[in-house]
Design a protein around this ligand. Structure first.
Ligand SMILES: [Zn+2]
Length: 390
């Protein structure tokens, strides 16, 4: 084997060892050797390297059946901190996490003006503020992950945000130059799906679909445990699939798009029309629903029907193990799941119907920011220069 091959094997082994420590700590070297099928000399040299890099520490003693108790290896989740940002249409959520994705601090702010010119200074300021909350650590801030509503291409350029009209924004470059750390930009539904896959409702599922229902609708598609992004990175824009071909005109240029009927925005428009008032909030709508108000239940039932129609198309397309829905409205009013389910049941083939589950998001409002932070953690631990052959 030449030197390049040898160093490739060392890096590969070290990743395997680190990954096993992360998922099984506290763990002994002997157990690691058993789990990874790597010999003791390799385990010993590579764990020494990980300890030197401060990504792994040794602690006390583990249980042993007689004899000397083994020293246990622990993942040093505080070796650095990640920042995850969710840029929504009307809000920004900025979060600090440790290397295990545990939330250390979070900052939520409503956006009055969502144009890029208005959002950029707020974004820089919030990241600055949140990064100052990080405790001292060997690596400091390891990177920034951002989930944004809209089209993000493979080069991580924000091509277009239909609900706030950003066009060709190189947010990655702006943040890298300002904060001098790795930056990852992705669509909010992709990062949300990643969050739910790592920490939430679809941890056990290989093939699943994450549906983010807000002002628009976006999908994060997980195939064989990985995000499916499509050729250019634009997969999952199913908010713009046609469910009524002579229907309402959409901002995307199409007619009768799903999100014109099944987004939260559509629900609030419908309810404010029924109530003949200008604006309805989540709190007000939830209060009416709990009081069995006729208008609110009518609007909710209609919303559930349209959500169910679109989900039927999604189930027929992907045949997923599970669908996880992220929506403040649905999480606050889970009664709507009955109407969603009954719409799906009445429309889908009974052969397909047995094979999927519908869940509500477990990470709720944190899904996108947490997923974005996790993407950058994954990059730091598994793809970056910190894992090297030494
Ligand atoms: Zn559309």
């Amino acid at each position: 084997m030449n030197t390049a091959d040898q160093s490739f094997v060392k890096i590969h082994n070290q990743k395997i060892i680190l990954n096993n420590i992360i998922h099984h700590y506290p763990v002994s070297r002997a157990k690691l050797s058993q789990m990874t099928k790597l010999n003791k000399a390799t385990i010993s040299s590579q764990t020494a390297s990980l300890i030197e890099k401060k990504l792994v520490t040794e602690i006390g003693t583990g249980s042993s059946s007689g004899g000397r108790k083994p020293v246990m290896l622990v993942f040093n989740k505080d070796a650095g901190y990640a920042i995850g940002v969710d840029i929504g249409v009307t809000y920004m959520l900025t979060m600090l996490t440790d290397l295990e994705g545990n939330m250390i601090y979070s900052d939520y702010i409503e956006l009055e003006d969502n144009s890029f010119e208005a959002v950029e200074p707020i974004l820089l300021e919030r990241i600055e503020l949140v990064s100052k909350k990080a405790p001292l650590s060997p690596y400091g801030i390891i990177g920034i992950g951002v989930g944004i509503h809209g089209f993000v291409n493979r080069e991580e350029m924000v091509i277009f945000t239909p609900n706030s009209k950003w066009k060709d924004v190189n947010l990655k470059k702006i943040l890298e130059e300002r904060f001098r750390c790795p930056v990852l930009i992705d669509n909010e539904a992709n990062t949300g799906a990643y969050g739910e896959k790592l920490f939430g409702a679809i941890r056990q599922c290989k093939n699943s679909v994450y549906v983010s229902l807000g002002i628009g609708i976006g999908l994060g598609i997980v195939v064989n445990d990985e995000l499916y992004r499509g050729t250019e990175g634009f997969s999952g824009e199913m908010g713009h699939m046609t469910i009524d071909f002579n229907g309402k005109q959409c901002g995307c240029g199409n007619q009768g798009c799903w999100e014109l009927y099944a987004s939260e925005k559509a629900f609030y428009q419908n309810l404010s029309h029924l109530k003949n008032i200008e604006k309805v909030t989540l709190e007000q709508a939830s209060k009416w629903i709990q009081e069995n108000d006729g208008d609110a239940l009518k609007a909710l039932k209609e919303f559930g029907y349209y959500v169910g129609v679109g989900l039927t198309n999604i189930i027929n397309t992907f045949n997923p193990e599970a669908i996880v829905i992220r929506s403040n409205l649905i999480e606050s009013n889970p009664i709507v799941l009955n109407w969603i389910q009954s719409t799906i049941s009445s429309r889908i083939s009974r052969y397909v119907h047995q094979s999927h589950q519908i869940y509500i998001s477990q990470l709720n409002r944190n899904a996108t920011a947490l997923g974005a932070a996790s993407l950058i953690i994954q990059h730091f631990l598994m793809d970056s220069k910190y894992i090297n052959a030494n």
